[in-house]
Design a protein around this ligand. Structure first.
Ligand SMILES: Cc1cc2nc3c(=O)[nH]c(=O)nc-3n(C[C@H](O)[C@H](O)[C@H](O)COP(=O)(O)OP(=O)(O)OC[C@H]3O[C@@H](n4cnc5c(N)ncnc54)[C@H](O)[C@@H]3O)c2cc1C
Length: 380
């Protein structure tokens, strides 16, 4: 694994880890309790240049050679501090901005991508609807062609970060009879007339707002269509494929935090006159957690390294997401067990880690949908 982490990447990890320990982790519990996204920390990340690690210098990005590895490290470290905060940053820094960078005009990139990488704008991505979750192709939001642009009508569900977002890439169909080929991507400015958002309450990644969006005849100018009218589903799919690596990294960060907290606790808590870490049952749990985390790390960074080499990652990214998401959920269950009754108390973080560990198993496609994707790759 160390082969992938050269001195620059290690230095990058150390820097962001320090920021997480000093700025993010101390606020994680309060952010979780209030279900509030930390806009001030988001802005700070932008000013420090972290939001642009995947993009060229021309747009204020870092212009680094191995962007996927760097962004994976960023997601892991942020999630170690607060998975909710990390989930919004992850969606903003990947699919929300990637769809603009890949398919937006130069004007659109200057207007939205540049401020987004500085942390002055928040971006979101909306494909899911009430009846189009795993089967995103069933989406019903309409994009009707009118003079100078499109009128969007529909309701989107579970959009991360939209409550604070300045722009949202929305998937909509201009011709339902064409199925997948009728779907395009449209860049919605949240200041547009006819747009409204409702924040939903939930038990996992609580400080990443999850929202319902109402699009009531929202006008989108022609130049804010990202890509052509018919290739949106394929484009979204490409972006979401890479995104699975970052979701795996979120899981890894949550799992690490849970493991480190449980290890510390095992060295502090005394029962029957000795530290609980001296009981073999507790030791074996911790070793199994470590083994699982190493496995998650290998799969996740292997997929990121392949992506940086421009290789196909459909199977590897889906595998990384299954292994890391399901594996880290197990790690978090064991961590909670080691905390005993205190594990259920809100003053201890074990319950938050376990709650947060459910998000990577669902967000960006459930673990069973990952299995379905891999089965198809196997020709089944
Ligand atoms: C916190 C959170 C944040 C999210 N953020 C975003 C976002 O920013 N943007 C966005 O567009 N979406 C977002 N989503 C939506 C997310 O991608 C979907 O919730 C997910 O894809 C599952 O869809 P669903 O919830 O409708 O479940 P369903 O599709 O209804 O699935 C229900 C169950 O059926 C299973 N299932 C469904 N189809 C199959 C099949 N063919 N084979 C086997 N099993 C199957 C699933 O695995 C699951 O267990 C978010 C979701 C959450 C919870």
């Amino acid at each position: 694994m160390d082969m992938l982490f050269d001195e620059d990447l290690k230095a990058f990890r150390n820097e962001i880890a320090r920021w997480v320990d000093e700025r993010l982790a101390p606020r994680a519990e309060a952010l979780d309790a209030s279900e509030e996204f930390a806009e001030d920390l988001f802005k700070e990340l932008g000013e420090l240049g972290y939001l642009g690690v995947m993009y060229p210098e021309a747009y204020g990005g870092s212009g680094i050679e191995r962007p996927y590895l760097y962004f994976t490290v960023l997601c892991e470290e942020l999630a170690r501090g607060s998975a909710g905060f990390a989930a919004t940053v992850c969606m903003h820094g990947s699919t929300a901005t990637n769809t603009i960078h890949a398919w937006g005009s130069e004007d659109v990139r200057q207007k939205y991508l540049v401020p987004a990488l500085r942390g002055d704008m928040v971006g979101a991505f909306a494909i899911t609807e009430a009846n189009a979750g795993s089967d995103a192709s069933a989406l019903r939001t309409r994009a009707e062609k009118v003079a100078g642009g499109y009128r969007l009508n529909g309701i989107k569900l579970f959009t991360s970060g939209a409550y604070h977002a300045d722009f949202i890439t929305v998937a909509a169909t201009s011709d339902p009879s064409k199925g997948l080929k009728g779907i395009g991507l449209y860049l919605l400015d949240t200041a547009a007339e006819g747009f409204s958002v409702r924040k939903l309450s939930k038990f996992s990644v609580r400080c990443s707002d999850t929202n319902e969006l109402l699009l009531d005849n929202v006008f989108i100018p022609d130049d804010r269509r990202l890509g052509d009218e018919h290739g949106g589903f394929l484009n979204a799919y490409k972006s979401l494929t890479v995104d699975r690596i970052f979701t795996a990294a979120l899981a890894l960060g949550i799992g690490r935090a849970a493991y480190e907290a449980a290890l510390r606790y095992a060295k502090e808590r005394v029962q029957f006159g000795q530290l609980i870490g001296k009981f073999q049952a507790v030791q074996f749990k911790l070793v199994d957690m470590l083994a699982m985390l190493e496995q998650c790390r290998l799969y996740t960074y292997y997929a990121a390294a392949l992506a940086d080499r421009g290789q196909a990652i459909t199977t590897e990214a889906a595998l990384a997401k299954i292994v890391a998401a399901d594996g880290c959920n197990e790690v978090c269950q064991k961590a909670l067990n080691i905390f005993g009754g205190y594990g259920l108390m809100n003053e201890f973080p074990a319950q938050r880690y376990l709650r947060d560990s459910y998000f990577p198993m669902i967000g960006g496609g459930t673990s069973d949908i990952m299995r379905l994707i891999i089965s198809r790759q196997l020709g089944l």
